[in-house]
Design a protein. Structure first.
Length: 313
């Protein structure tokens, strides 16, 4: 895989990246100087043309890791994964304890909580950190590359189409994408775990809680995820007859936490002025290309990557 050298012009505006050989030659001849080492970026010391190629940026939004990939028609120019911090809540709790301890040592003071208000767009600090990290990452990439198009993956599935227990729309019931959104929703809802035996690292199938032969429907409230062994063992029984009466009630629970976090994804899309796509579409195209599941590969697919030469993450 290639390791590109990123270039900015004499005014600090991003240009197309170059190869290591050309970058070393420019530095050796004094025509450029290093402005940062990670990623390695040089700035030209002379005026140059403004010719640029269209660059598409794909971003795989996530709670823990953010995948990103930018590519031209011929090659991928940057890719990688950003890991978000997980200790925001713990840091705030520690700060609260230190403040309370300090106030206890200094003596009594009247409470002042009644005069504290939150802005209308207030977000929990951990959620705000995730939102800001996505924005900063894309802004950083735009200082390295002349990006002309941005697309982000907002969710594994279209939550608006999950407001009703039955997925509607001919584009979901027919064609090549049939079943991808339903399974993505169920995998998220059941934690990618077999609802019956609890296994995780095995192939999982969509399973009817009440079998269709017993009057069950294809509504998502009647669907769960199970491994092939449990699916065959359950056979024509209902989940209650199979010994899992709680499955039916659990299937009716909604993904409230996921829906709440999806709210910031739309804020990110709006603030970046980017296009959006869904995870089940990314999964479908990734499988067509024969790529392994990873944040970088997902971002490459989101950016409409096909057979371009890849770079080192």
């Amino acid at each position: 895989m290639r390791v590109p050298i990123y270039v900015v012009n004499i005014r600090g505006q991003p240009l197309m990246p170059t190869t290591q050989h050309t970058g070393k030659k420019l530095l050796h001849e004094g025509k450029a100087h290093v402005v940062q080492r990670c990623p390695f970026t040089i700035q030209l010391n002379y005026a140059t043309g403004e010719a640029r190629q269209p660059i598409k940026l794909g971003v795989d939004l996530g709670y823990t890791n953010i995948g990103f990939s930018a590519k031209t028609d011929k090659l991928e120019v940057i890719s990688g994964t950003l890991t978000l911090r997980k200790d925001v809540s713990n840091k705030l709790e520690a700060r609260r304890r230190y403040r309370r301890s300090r106030r206890g040592r200094l003596g009594y003071r009247p409470p002042r909580f009644n005069n504290r208000t939150r802005p209308e767009e207030w977000l929990a600090p951990s959620i705000q950190h995730r939102k800001d990290s996505h924005i900063r990452l894309v802004e950083k990439l735009t200082t390295l590359l002349p990006i002309t198009y941005k697309r982000v993956e907002v969710a594994n599935f279209d939550t608006q189409k999950m407001q009703y227990p039955e997925i509607t729309g001919v584009e979901y019931q027919q064609g090549e994408l049939q079943g991808y959104e339903v399974k993505a929703y169920l995998l998220e809802k059941w934690g990618r775990t077999c609802a019956y035996c609890g296994k995780t690292d095995v192939p999982l199938e969509v399973e009817h809680i009440i079998p269709k032969s017993r009057g069950g429907t294809n509504r998502v409230s009647n669907l769960t995820i199970s491994c092939k062994r449990c699916n065959l063992k359950k056979g024509n029984k209902t989940a209650e007859e199979f010994g899992y009466s709680a499955i039916q009630q659990q299937a009716k629970l909604s993904l409230k936490e996921t829906a709440g976090l999806n709210n910031i994804r739309w804020k990110i899309v709006e603030q970046l002025g980017a296009e959006y796509t869904y995870g089940y579409i990314t999964k479908y195209h990734r499988k067509k290309l024969g790529l392994e599941k990873s944040h970088v590969n997902d971002a490459f697919v989101i950016a409409d990557g096909t057979n371009q030469e890849r770079c080192r993450p």
